[in-house]
Design a protein around this ligand. Sequence first.
Ligand code: LLP
Length: 421
Amino acid sequence: MDHFLYRDGRLMAEDVAISEIVAEVGTPVYVYSSATLLRHLQLFEEALDGLPHLVCFAVKSLGNVAVLKLLGEAGAGMDIVSGGEYARARAAGVPGERIVFSGVGKTREEMRMALEGGIRQFNVESEPELQALSEVASSLGKTAPITIRVNPDVDAKTHAKIATGKSENKFGIPIARAREVYAMAARLPGIEVIGIDVHIGSQLTELAPFEAAFTKVAELTEMLRADGHDIRRLDLGGGLGIPYERINEAPPLPFDYGALIRRTVGHLGCEIEIEPGRLVAGNAGLLISRVIYAKSGEGRDFLILDAAMNDLVRPSMYDAHHDIVPVIEPEAGAETRPWDVVGPVCETGDTFARGRELPPVGEGDLVAFRSAGAYGAAMASEYNARPLVPEVLVRDDQFAVIRRRPSYEEMIARDSIPEWL
Ligand code: LLP
């Protein structure tokens, strides 16, 4: 469910017309709905109701400080993977005790930053990382609360670039070796073992892989407890998929995911953490773009937009589908025709869709990419010297620019020319 609907023939974000935002901010621009973000967070809260839990929003999916503040004030914790994300979460007012630190390559500097600023736990992914964390924590006279990320060797049945739970992936410690690594952790100074972490991939459209992974985590919990570890927290990661193609897809609902969590690990008396990103942010954001040219090619027609792969990389990077809709509502029964929807960047990969059936659209029209809230702006770049795409947050009938479009001067001012040149 989202809050982007047509009203009186105009696409709205809550009670704000998209065209009104564009008149002020221009295109391309990301538009987020506060109500949708909060609603999605709430779905997870309801799904885990009655279990001690913390929903930690995956900052990597949408890291704007205003969005983090909105979710943080609604009670969310944050899942971070870098010092930069830690700084963002803290700038948004999220306390350290609600921030979990994931990631396969945390540097000592990042560990220090989190230990000094306050952190809920580190999700450790390897023995060398454990060793480094022990040294950093000890040198600061602190104790680092940790879980170890185990790799349960299950097939998440998702795109190869975003699957993480198979043994060939770089993530976590093979579950078969978990006991020995926990034993090592228990012996290290500055380390306190508190739980287990697992994350098997993103955009999962079935519950079965979660079930397989969580069942293994439950077994491991019993085993580690028998070994004398006080396992009291389970971080089950993120990964629940969303419908990108509205008409064809119906991924599992948070409610059923919650029921699965209860069934597989609910009896263990552990505090549960989850780290959803996409399901909270994905359908809470649109990317709005304007058609620059409609160009006829040989046997193909191209709709050339002012948004490009640097603004939304998912189609070129993962062959991802995003629904594209006109900002002015098409007439009922309007004929469609196929377009190759592309951006102005100088490579063929800068293609959003091939042969996409669209209702009448032409030069100067505005279109919206749906489901663009997660891994959209967060993955944007300035490739082709295109200024970083701005972001707008809507709440009811108000909107605010939460990241403005840099001017060319600002973009260039970050470069510097050496004095010897
Ligand atoms: N926790 C960990 C440790 C993760 O690595 C991720 C995502 C999440 C949580 C959040 O997963 P989610 O609930 O959003 O599925 N750029 C790709 C997705 C990469 C996901 C990376 N890790 C895309 O655009 O599809």
